[in-house]
Ligand binder design. Structure first.
Ligand SMILES: O=C(O)C(=O)C[C@]1(C(=O)O)C=C[C@@H](O)C=C1
Length: 108
């Protein structure tokens, strides 16, 4: 052994290197989601002000179709991409409903 490094040390080093990248990616995901929710909060307020429904199934269908295409070209499982978007959108709809309910209380 030239460097005095065992096989276990090398594995540990490689694992740490990969985990550093995973941590950076997770941070980017959190920041991107935070920005997305800032936008959707504004959408929620706009919808509540103009009595528009919280959910828009046509828009969702277009988003799902687009995201599935993007996932395929990025070699990501399209079913997983669809599930992830569905999870995010269901949280957004919950926020929209809360904003609309609060606006309704404010009106009365
Ligand atoms: O675009 C809208 O109308 C939104 O309210 C945003 C959003 C989304 O999170 O992308 C959420 C709910 C709708 O059903 C569709 C899309």
């Amino acid at each position: 052994m030239l460097s005095g490094m065992t096989r276990g040390d090398a594995v540990q080093e490689e694992l740490e290197r990969l985990r550093d990248s995973i941590d950076n990616i997770d941070a980017a995901v959190v920041h991107m989601l935070a920005e997305r929710f800032k936008c959707t909060q504004q959408v929620g307020r706009l919808k509540a002000e103009h009595d528009l429904p919280p959910a828009d199934p046509n828009r969702e269908a277009a988003q799902i179709a687009r995201l599935r295409r993007l996932a395929e070209s990025a070699k990501l499982d399209p079913a997983f991409a669809e599930k992830l978007l569905g999870f995010v959108i269901s949280e957004v709809i919950r926020h929209h409903e809360q904003i609309a309910a609060d606006a309704e209380v404010g009106r009365n």
